[in-house]
Design a protein around this ligand. Structure first.
Ligand SMILES: [Zn+2]
Length: 472
């Protein structure tokens, strides 16, 4: 895994918001690449493929001609697997050839499972101790039996592995077709057991995101298009692949969502809580295709949730976030920005005011979500006072265990000031959904697919005014 990303800009900055959402965090700015030749309608039906018949392209007998041909295709991406490595080991179950990218020469011909141990000497890569004289090598599987798979350290990958020297250390990159790459990514994003139409919608969203990120050039200075961590999309090679998700990728081959001819920034999240969100209410940036829409979230396991804190814990968490308010006196939901009563159009929290003995702070719903580790900003806050129970003389009364307290439970009140008398008062966030609320809700997509909707219907529902184009 690439342990750190050095990419600049809004894409990375926004990502912190999404960590812990169990779904992807993705960038924001507009894409820059225009795809000509658009307008081809996607297939509207998905035909189940026979698992015993694997569609294989005709193999080129000359591997070098093959990788050169593939290299020129726009659908090839570079995924960064590791950087700053002093050594690396590469092998292939099929056997592999090693080529120098600068001299075009073959630098090795390894049989099945024979390992090439790589190290660095000056500006040259050593292969099993032998100096190759070049600073970049391409490892190409022979592709005789398995469709081509190559192993770097413990993970197997489709495509090829490119090893180069950057700053005196090895950089390991997987050169792979977008289609094969998405097959490795998809099972981490959505359960392979889900409805095929939902999986296809997810495949198009992941592919769109891949091209968007490639166009953003977030990793330009790093020597690859996408990293293999949550910063871009989690990718561990082909070990994750699953029949259904791969079928969903094949069935939507080359299809991306575009707006005004460009691949859109296509965020998605686990569960909307019943309504997705406008982009400007999350990031302040208005993207015309990310509008709040109603969503059937009723079957989501995250549809209703509740998190409880003692007032003392609230003080501690705020303090840890640099907002030391002293002793908490009251809480209320308040408007931040355009909202009127502390709740946005979608139902999500706009802001929360914490009045303390030391100071008062007003936090956005996003900040509250982050500080308290909430599943979403779709919440209301309420308090519960704990009252002393009378001595439990009546043994038949089993409605309350004799813990010495009982919930006094005033209702949650949006826009109402909730007084906090002491540090043992409970502060409760009652919420809906899981994730940032932008774009496709995965549980909503599942509900739509289960109700008979096609993947195009699903995508058009969550991404406003987009078109679905087949790029290749
Ligand atoms: Zn990345």
């Amino acid at each position: 895994m690439i342990k750190s990303c050095f990419c600049k800009g809004i894409v990375q900055g926004l990502l912190a918001l999404f960590i812990g959402t169990a779904v992807l965090g993705q960038g924001l700015a507009e894409a820059s690449m225009l795809y000509p030749g658009v307008g081809k309608k996607p297939a509207t039906t998905w035909k189940k493929q026979d698992s015993t018949v694997k569609p294989e392209e005709k193999k080129d007998t000359d591997d070098r001609a093959s990788w050169r041909k593939h290299e020129s295709e726009a659908s090839i991406i570079k995924v960064g697997l590791a950087s700053g490595m002093a050594s690396a080991s590469i092998s292939s179950v099929d056997g592999m050839h090693i080529y120098g990218t600068s001299d075009g020469r073959q630098h090795g011909d390894f049989r099945s499972n024979i390992v090439a141990n790589l190290s660095v000497e000056g500006n040259s890569i050593l292969v099993n101790g032998k100096n190759s004289g070049v600073s970049e090598l391409l490892f190409v599987p022979v592709e005789k039996f398995s469709g081509g798979r190559i192993k770097y350290n413990k993970n197997e990958y489709r495509g090829q592995i490119l090893v180069s020297i950057v700053g005196g250390k090895l950089l390991i990159v997987n050169k792979i077709s977008v289609e094969d790459y998405i097959k490795g990514v998809l099972p981490s994003e959505m359960s392979p057991a889900w409805n095929m139409e939902a999986l296809k919608a997810q495949a198009v969203a992941a592919r769109t995101y891949t091209f968007y990120m490639k166009n953003q050039k977030a990793h330009l200075g790093d020597g690859y298009d996408l990293c293999d961590s949550t910063h871009c999309q989690v990718y561990d090679g082909l070990s994750n692949e699953s029949k259904t998700t791969s079928d969903a990728v094949d069935a939507t081959k080359g299809m991306v969502m575009t707006y005004q001819g460009k691949p859109i920034y296509a965020p998605y999240h686990a569960s909307s809580g019943g309504s997705t969100e406008n982009s400007e209410d999350v990031w302040g940036n208005n993207l015309p295709y990310l509008r709040s829409v109603k969503d059937d979230d009723s079957k989501s396991p995250y549809h209703n949730w509740s998190v409880r804190f003692k007032a003392a814990q609230v003080q501690k968490l705020l303090s840890a976030a640099g907002k030391n308010i002293g002793q908490l006196k009251s809480i209320s939901m308040v408007p931040v920005g355009k909202s009127i009563n502390g709740v946005l159009d979608s139902g999500r929290a706009s802001g929360v005011k914490f009045v303390g003995s030391g100071q008062t702070v007003v936090l956005t719903g996003q900040q509250v979500r982050q500080i308290f580790g909430l599943k979403s900003t779709y919440f209301v806050v309420r308090t519960e006072r704990m009252a002393k129970l009378p001595p439990d003389n009546n043994k038949k009364n089993t409605s309350h265990k004799n813990t010495g307290t009982i919930d006094a439970a005033p209702a949650a009140m949006t826009g109402t000031k909730l007084k906090v008398e002491n540090t043992s008062v409970d502060i409760i966030f009652d919420g809906h959904g899981f994730g940032h609320g932008l774009g496709m809700s995965q549980y909503g997509a599942k509900a739509m697919a289960d109700a008979g909707k096609k993947y195009e219907d699903i995508l058009h529902h969550y991404y406003t005014d987009i078109e679905i184009y087949k790029m290749y």
